[in-house]
Design a protein around this ligand. Structure first.
Ligand code: SAH
Length: 471
């Protein structure tokens, strides 16, 4: 089983510093299931390729098998594809052989480790349960250009059809650490088997390697489920922790309990929504962020608690809402360092406003449905054409899900002030149109429990400015 990683970043042989492996020599490592070898088929200034060759010992993996007690040994344990394909063995090898690179550490090139560079990974044989379509759904939302060549089950018997093995190339402009963590988590997810018993500590690995991107991946739930081998309790816990906020949430003890809150409370949808928005903002790497239609500051409080955000601006059309936000955030009593990070301002999203320009990201959480449909076009230009932050996170109710709220009479919207609530198809049509017109890419994410028929209660679109179409 062979994995190669190629870069054309110059000087390309800096890849050796990032991987902590000298391009001039070959190194070998003993692992519990066999050996790993690292060498460089090419290493010049212009192009450098590192290869990780896994030599899995088929007898060793049976001998060292850790499994639930009572699991018998069958012929399958001795005769199987494990030595030849990328599987959880590859993930273990990545962690043991490229451990520092996986964590983004490089003593000689710390800045390069944090810099997106052109990278191409090639896996000689990757088993994809779910086929090429699933392979694409996993890697394309992470920004990869995916090339996959399928292999027939047996060349002498073409009638037997395709196997689940693919030779796969993944290309992206990304940090090496990101490429490695994506491979680490997603190879076993595609393979859908694990050579070791999955226990609670797997949640920690998943969160530490997936934390930044998994919470906002459109296939988040399936990735988590498969990674944790369909153990429902573990999956639930992992998803809760992926979406929860780091800081302890103050319980909202609000007298003003709107219909919307009452309808959504049982599932604490609001918290999941805020957690997912935070994950999207963190994942974008934004430092200066706008919360547009910030209301009473629920998102602002979470942003303040995360030091990654150095400048936070909340805007709302309602003066009263801003007063409440100021009180709730205790802005007057914040230490100066904290106070300097945040500003509140009154303004309307349907008017062009220079104060909104030059931010890294904007969140528009449960706001668009409050705008009159004829005003929506102005809002689109104000945000996507003039303010034009690199990342825009928009959430809005999915009206299809309303059928699942028992307390909501059929045909009623969730809140008196909502001007519309969209189906999933309507939201996508709107967002696809905007992305196209203004040069953004868009990915979609369900938020809250997913109903097989009606989808999830909240729908989210994450827009990112396509490279080359900046302001
Ligand atoms: N984002 C907050 C509040 C959502 S409620 C949260 O998720 O908790 C919708 C908010 O949008 C209200 O605070 C309302 O005052 C604000 N809003 C409505 N129309 C607006 C406009 N044209 N410009 C700015 N804010 C607006």
């Amino acid at each position: 089983m062979l994995l190669t990683i190629t870069t054309t970043y110059q000087p390309a042989d800096d890849l050796g510093y990032l991987l902590h492996k000298n391009p001039d020599s070959c190194s070998s490592f003993n692992l519990s299931f066999g050996q790993a070898h690292v060498f460089y088929p090419e290493a010049s200034d212009a192009r450098c390729t590192a290869a990780l060759l896994l030599d899995v010992d088929p007898v060793g993996i049976v001998r060292n098998r850790k499994g639930p007690p009572g699991e018998g040994r069958s012929l399958f344990q001795y005769v199987n594809d494990r030595p030849y394909v990328a599987s959880s063995f590859m993930s273990v090898a990545l962690a043991q052989v490229f451990g520092s690179a996986l964590k983004g550490r490089s003593r000689e090139r710390p800045e390069l480790a944090e810099t997106p560079i052109p990278l191409r990974a090639k896996l000689s044989a990757l088993p994809c349960r779910g086929g090429e379509a699933f392979l694409r759904r996993l890697f394309e939302p992470l920004g990869y250009h995916v090339t996959a060549a399928g292999h027939p089950l047996d060349e002498t018997f073409p009638d037997w059809g395709e196997s689940r093995y693919y030779t796969v190339e993944l290309e992206a402009h990304t940090r090496l650490k990101d490429l490695l963590t994506h491979l680490y988590v997603l190879i076993p997810v595609l393979d859908d088997e694990k050579h070791y018993w999955v226990g609670k500590d797997e949640i920690e690995k998943l969160l530490s390697f997936g934390g930044e991107w998994l919470a906002v991946h459109p296939e988040r739930d399936r990735i988590t489920q498969r990674y944790l081998r369909y153990q429902r309790r573990l999956t639930r816990e992992a998803l809760d922790r992926l979406l929860e906020d780091a800081p302890e949430l103050e319980r909202e003890e609000e007298a003003r309990d709107t219909e919307e809150e009452a309808v959504e409370r049982r599932i604490s949808l609001n918290e999941q929504r805020m957690g997912t928005v935070m994950a999207a903002l963190r994942g974008s790497g934004a430092k200066r962020v706008l919360d547009l239609g910030c209301g009473e500051g629920q998102l602002l409080r979470r942003l303040l608690d995360d030091r990654a955000f150095t400048e936070i601006v909340g805007m709302d059309v309602s003066y009263r809402a801003l007063e409440r936000a100021k009180e709730k955030l205790k802005l007057d009593r914040l230490p100066e360092m904290q106070r300097e990070r945040i500003r509140l301002m009154q303004g309307s999203l349907i008017y062009r406003d220079d104060r909104l320009s030059s931010f890294d990201a904007a969140a528009v959480v449960e706001v668009i449905e409050h705008l009159d449909p004829p005003r929506l076009a102005s809002f689109e230009r104000v945000l996507f054409e003039f303010a034009r932050p690199g990342t825009i996170v928009v959430t809005t109710p999915n009206v299809e899900y309303n059928a699942n709220f028992e307390s909501l009479p059929a045909g009623r919207l969730r809140h008196r002030d909502h001007r519309f609530e969209w189906t999933r198809a309507e939201f996508r049509a709107w967002a696809d149109g905007i992305a196209e017109r203004f040069g953004y890419g868009v990915t979609y994410l369900p938020v809250g429990p997913e109903d097989p028929q009606h989808g999830s209660p909240t729908q989210m679109g994450i827009f990112s400015l396509s490279p080359g179409s900046a302001a």
